[in-house]
Design a protein around this ligand. Sequence first.
Ligand code: GAP
Length: 464
Amino acid sequence: MSKEVTLEDIVSLCKRRGFIFQGSEIYGGLAGTWDYGPLGVSLKKNLTDLWWKTFVEDREDMVGVDAAILMNPRTWKASGHVDTFTDPLVECSECKGRFRADKIDLRKCPTCGAENSFGEARQFNLMFKSFAGPLTKDIQSAKYKVNSVEMTNGDRIDSEKNDSAILYQDSSKIYLRPETAQGIFTNFKNVVDTLYPDVPFGIAQIGKAFRNEISPRDFVFRSREFNQMEIEYFINEKDWQERFEKWRTDILSFLKEAGVDVSKVKEAEVSPEDLAHYSKRTIDYEFEYPHGADELLGLAYRTDFDLQNIQRESGKNMEYRPKDGSEPFVPHVIEPSFGVERLIMAVLCSAYTEDEVNGEKRIYLKFPAHIAPVKYCVSPLLKNKLELVEKAREVYSALKKKHGTVMWDDNGNIGKRYRRQDEIGTPYCVVIDFDTLDNNTVTIRDRDTTKQERVSIDDLLSST
Ligand code: GAP
């Protein structure tokens, strides 16, 4: 039986084989940021493509948007993020370490061990703040001359004649979006006015989100920059329970398809006192990560909270007019919200397997073939036999044209090549040997069983 995977197993394999690296590693890193390497980017693309295909392309009731990361700050006032998107922060009076109060034992500092060294928890807003346009002090220190400044209503004011031009620049604080959801809500009216879909319908978005987490931790699990895949599904209020139940089924079948071991997924009902400010019902889908059971994604019934807030803040009507002429209404919303990094971690943990082949320990990633970052590896049996190399190149090019992510490997002996491919989860290794030259067949070796089969090149190229 394979051993339980540890966080160290995953982190070390990801670095060793080029899935995920520490962000800015060369300069000592930047906490809470991660860079995808060649295999990681391919795995991430396969998972986000599968999500998009499942929830947008294969359905009639879904469309997509790709909204800007920088949004008018009124977005975050209306959504409640400016006032309530906080975590409780405590600081140790001895070592000055800062922690999330709800994640540690407050009797003892986890860094220096000091006892009772924490004061009152303060609420810390997790949004990254920045400024649109240059700041006064930057303008002065760089001795730039700013002739005029454009206001949000399109007017321009002359900064030489009017100090408020510069003051305005100081006040144009913006945020990096902490969730992709608001880029969907703020486009609700655009989508309705241009496509006029029937309710229920959903809008999906995949993109970056940023949170100034107090303590990023557990590899990519809690990052400061991450990716979300979110859906806002607009419904008539009376249908919310039925729609919520349907999403529960759809979420589990997607997770299975993505290669998540669903026996390690638990639906945790969020208690009324722990619900987010916008939610009437939320289920956290927890996965048994190596660091413990923790949230992989969330399914929330957000009522009409967001559209009502936008209607109030913008003064624009968010009502939907049913085509049958019945009463207009502000739709309610069911929100399935997936974190890409947490899905990648769950898929990696589900795929990680150790066994023994010919008395030797082997590590392999048993990804479903459609998720694997590399679909095939092609090798000539011997790299110094020109005729084998030429034939192998032919097969490699044909497979690459068809599947894209195909690897060439002629380094070391065949056994070592197989091990390298097992470790990155390549489902099939194709070897061109002397029989290939006689009868146009190759060997194809299955990652999970390690069994080899002879197949004709024609069959190989016509298989999916
Ligand atoms: N729009 C709702 C929303 O953003 P959330 O529970 O705060 O809800 C949704 O976030 C998902 O985003 C989480 O279930 C998780 O998968 C992911 N996520 C949240 N914070 C994260 C972080 N710091 N690092 C990585 N993923 C994160």
